[in-house]
Design a protein around this ligand. Structure first.
Ligand code: ADP
Length: 354
């Protein structure tokens, strides 16, 4: 019996050209129609490269025509232009997915959350460290202008940003990561004076007027929520993917869904969901689901994206963040949370490459 579910399952065999990830989990599948034996699927793409839809068309047809009982297959495309790199960008044009608009940077990954306080910055810091522990050259841009936390999390409080002769900001290096944060510009107690267009300008400057050098990955710690500043960032830098952080409780999941929808709207692939504060384990090994149970997993399944990891509520993780030594620096064989972050980094690098 041919059903939409069967077609959707089969379409998961079609990879996005150049990626190990399939077109369904990238969010390209818009609609499936079945009329008698005939199947029509509609896919939405953001690319200027005509070879991408050609290839996807061929692969999709091959997969669907191989299903028993399927007659004619039609593949419809809704093709939009990818986000324009802003002026001064030196990335290759035309790729949409996989195109970096910052010279020297191979892949740009955003870490987002619908809500504040769910551990987005903690995840961004540890993801950056875990990627670097795997041998990659990594930068971390703290785009959370109103609540910058990377100076603290990398043990660099009090350091000041300097510029080079080309007037580019020099990132601060800590634990092998190049870090930029508003926290290096404002003192600890300075009010968040940056608003509206100025906030956008600062963010653009952090991303584009910064001496990042050659990087395999630039991790962006986005501000929480789905407002103007987040939209500006996701539209002006060609992101290779986004990781959405949530706690398991419904009130966080509702906002996480909004973050996912924002990325899908601008055709940024969702690399997966990270469930943070997933449980607390006491010294006797009993797990307490303080913020509820299984919400991140259920949401990932609903959205058809991977659950990249579940990070428990852990005193040492918080303590390390406050001490400026992200927990992912620990040997993963002796620290389950470090191991979980290494696992996240591995999946991210496998999907986006570098
Ligand atoms: P966000 O960026 O979402 O606002 P943060 O990463 O700043 O959240 O985390 C908020 C607070 O929670 C910080 O003090 C951080 O150290 C702590 N925290 C985050 N994740 C965990 C965790 N898994 N276990 C314990 N504390 C955590």
């Amino acid at each position: 019996m041919m059903t939409e579910d069967l077609i959707r399952e089969k379409l998961k065999e079609v990879k996005y050209p150049g990626f190990s990830r399939d077109i369904v989990s990238f969010g390209l599948l818009q609609k499936i129609w079945i009329e008698g034996d005939d199947v029509t699927v509609k896919l939405s793409l953001a690319t200027r490269d005509p070879q991408i839809p050609d290839q996807i068309n061929r692969d999709t047809r091959a997969v669907l025509e191989a299903i028993d009982g399927v007659g004619n297959v039609h593949v419809e495309f809704d093709i939009k232009d990818p986000p324009e790199p802003v002026a001064g960008g030196g990335g290759q044009q035309g790729g949409g997915l996989g195109t970096s608009s910052i010279p020297g940077i191979k892949k740009i990954i955003a870490v987002a959350s619908g809500k504040g306080g769910v551990g987005k910055s903690t995840v961004a810091a540890n993801l950056a460290v875990a990627l670097a522990q795997g041998g990659a050259k990594v930068g971390l841009c703290d785009c959370d202008l109103y609540g910058p936390s990377m100076a603290l999390m990398f043990g660099s409080k009090g350091e000041q940003l300097m510029a080079n002769e080309q007037n580019e900001i020099l990132p601060i290096e800590a634990h092998g990561i190049k870090v930029i944060s508003m926290g290096f510009m404002l003192g600890d107690d300075a009010p968040a004076i940056v608003r509206g267009p100025l906030a956008t300008r600062y963010t653009q400057q952090f991303l584009r007027q910064c001496a990042w050098g050659e990087l395999d990955y630039l991790v962006l710690d986005l501000p929480p929520g789905t407002g103007d500043i987040q939209l500006t960032i996701v539209q002006t830098v060609a992101l290779d993917g986004a990781v959405v952080v949530t706690t398991p409780q419904e009130v966080a999941l509702i906002d996480a869904r909004k973050a996912v929808a924002m990325f899908q709207k601008v055709n940024v692939p969702i690399l997966g969901i990270i469930e943070n504060m997933a449980w607390f384990e006491c010294e006797h090994g009993t797990r307490y689901p303080i913020f509820g149970e299984g919400g991140g997993k259920a949401e990932a399944e609903r959205l058809g994206v991977p659950l990249l990891g579940q990070i428990p509520l852990d005193i040492a993780t918080r303590d390390r963040a406050d001490q400026g030594r992200p927990v992912a620096l620990d040997d993963p064989s002796g620290n389950a949370i470090s191991a979980a972050f290494r696992g996240v980094a591995k999946q991210v690098s496998e999907v986006v490459g570098a």
